[in-house]
Design a protein around this ligand. Structure first.
Ligand code: ZN
Length: 503
């Protein structure tokens, strides 16, 4: 009887996970294989299955199964991991229940329409077309925060959707320190006398050779191709159906191998390693799922930047790269190459930003979202505020809305309270990287010899296998001995770029 209550919950969770798998696969296929005119029909099918899944989760039947398991948990007869699964499922259930189905449906419809309006507004570079939709989206997100509930302020509730446990105040405490460092640091780099030659990066690199090289690097990182795939897409991403079926993508451009194809692939493989590192036996439960977007991004950023743009990494891979592309890299030294892939230049576009300027792009978006949700900024004033911040932080004059406020898809899809996870990912990555170097002896030398196994294993046992067991803040404290802090990221940038730019 008792065991039945728990196994009943596990079975119900599995059924929900199977539907989730179907959604994930339809989405992956949409990104990779879908013919041009197939989008509308696919979106309808995906919407139906997502609704079915949500409905199943918040149904009376699921509630009954869950409550039986909760009773069992209260009796103290479950082990700690099983007990965690029951209680976490209960809190997820209660949260999902707080949003009325009608509200969820109406929001999804709004985001669907807003996305098409945004695509058109961006193509015409005209914010006024998107403005009425963004106004509705902000109102919807405020309503959502009210339904979910918050201690203070409402933006906390939205942030919590993607990075559980962290508050707006805590995020801005970290961001303000980072901003204080970044703005003058970028100014110093701009005035550095060091000239970096990166012309050779734009030479023609044949795509079949790019693909071969990428597979070699990603495999060396520990990405298991028996439990994953690599495909081609326009916007690189990683998606997971199961720890034994993790799919990463990259994009190819003959004249931009390193920053487009290779670095995107390394980034996505970092995400992929997290998903492959989750425990199979807990598939479908909170123990088999990643804890947050920030922690996920810390894994991708660590491999992409702290490892993949380090001199040690290229000590090992540069000779191989030069062998694969002798024409393109004739006369280029590893040091020249290292500097070229770490070139810093403030620009308008977040997704093209280097690792120094990137976080400022994120920080000012988060500042704007907070002000929008708190009612301290009106949607109609957003382009003005956006452009003002670009001037203040980067010294740049935004030429048009397409290269300004309309560049990112997030708001049109209702992703408000999401951006901070990108910057937190960078901050966490440096803190994890520091801890890894303290705890794994000779790690830098190992990287320089192409030995990544120990690092991969360290990440797996310290981060991946725990699923959602620890909130990000607790996980970081557990692994690094400290709460999340921007200190390590600031130290990392300061050291690396002071050397490159001779500051
Ligand atoms: Zn990512």
């Amino acid at each position: 009887m008792e065991n039945n209550a728990y196994s009943g919950l596990r079975k119900a969770l599995l059924e929900i996970a199977y539907l989730g798998q179907a959604s994930t696969l339809l989405n992956w296929d949409m990104e990779i294989n879908l013919p041009k005119l197939g989008h509308k029909a696919r979106a309808e099918a995906m919407g139906y299955i997502a609704g079915l899944n949500h409905g199943k989760f918040i149904s009376r039947k699921f509630e009954e199964i869950l409550m039986r398991a909760v009773e069992l948990e209260k009796s103290g007869n479950l082990g700690s991991e099983d007990s965690f699964i029951v209680l976490k499922t209960l809190s997820d259930f209660e949260k999902a229940r707080r949003l009325p189905s009608k509200f969820v449906e109406a929001s999804e419809r709004l985001y669907g329409e807003a996305y098409e309006v945004w695509v058109n507004a961006r193509a015409k570079s005209d914010f006024s077309l998107f403005e009425p939709y963004l106004t509705k989206i902000i109102a919807t997100k405020r309503q959502e925060a009210e339904y979910i509930g918050y201690a203070n302020p409402p933006y906390d509730a939205l942030m919590d959707n993607y990075e559980p446990g962290i508050t707006c105040d805590a995020v801005f405490e970290i961001f303000d320190q980072l901003k204080q460092f970044l703005v003058p640091f970028i100014e110093k780099i701009k005035h550095s006398q060091v000239k970096i030659d990166k012309e050779f990066l734009a030479r023609r690199f044949p795509i079949d050779k790019q693909d071969e090289f990428i597979r070699m690097v990603v495999r060396a990182m520990g990405f298991d191709f028996d439990r994953g795939r690599l495909d081609v897409t326009i916007h690189p991403f990683c998606t997971s159906l199961h720890p034994t079926d993790v799919r990463i993508t990259t994009r190819f451009d003959e004249k931009d191998f390193l920053n487009q194809a290779l670095m995107s692939a390394i980034h996505e493989a970092g995400h992929g390693l997290y998903d492959q590192g989750l425990r199979e036996e807990y598939f479908g439960t909170p123990l088999g799922d990643a804890i947050s977007l920030g922690i996920h991004e810390s894994q991708s950023r660590m491999w992409e930047n702290l490892v993949g743009r380090s001199l040690s990494f290229w000590k090992y891979f540069f000779p191989k790269l030069q062998k694969a592309f002798p024409e393109q890299l004739r006369g280029v030294s590893p040091e020249q190459f290292y500097k070229a892939i770490n070139f810093v230049e403030p620009g308008f576009i977040r997704v093209d930003a280097d690792e120094v300027t990137y976080n400022l792009h994120v920080i000012f978006r988060v500042e704007m979202e907070r002000d929008l949700i708190e009612g301290n900024l009106e949607v109609k004033d957003c382009p003005y505020v956006w452009n003002k911040k670009m001037k203040e932080y980067f010294g740049l004059d935004v030429p048009d809305d397409a290269r300004g406020i309309l560049q990112d898809v997030h708001w049109s899809g209702g992703l408000v309270g999401y951006y901070h996870t990108y910057a937190l990912g960078n901050i966490y990555s440096a803190q994890f990287n520091h801890a890894a170097h303290v705890q794994i002896s000779g790690l830098e030398n190992k990287i320089a010899k192409g030995e990544f196994l120990e690092l991969g294993e360290w990440l797996r046992k310290n981060i991946h296998v725990h699923g959602e067991l620890y909130l990000p803040e607790h996980l970081i404290l557990r692994v690094t001995g400290e709460k999340p802090s921007p200190k390590y990221f600031i130290d990392y940038l300061n050291k690396k770029y002071s050397e490159i730019y001779e500051l």
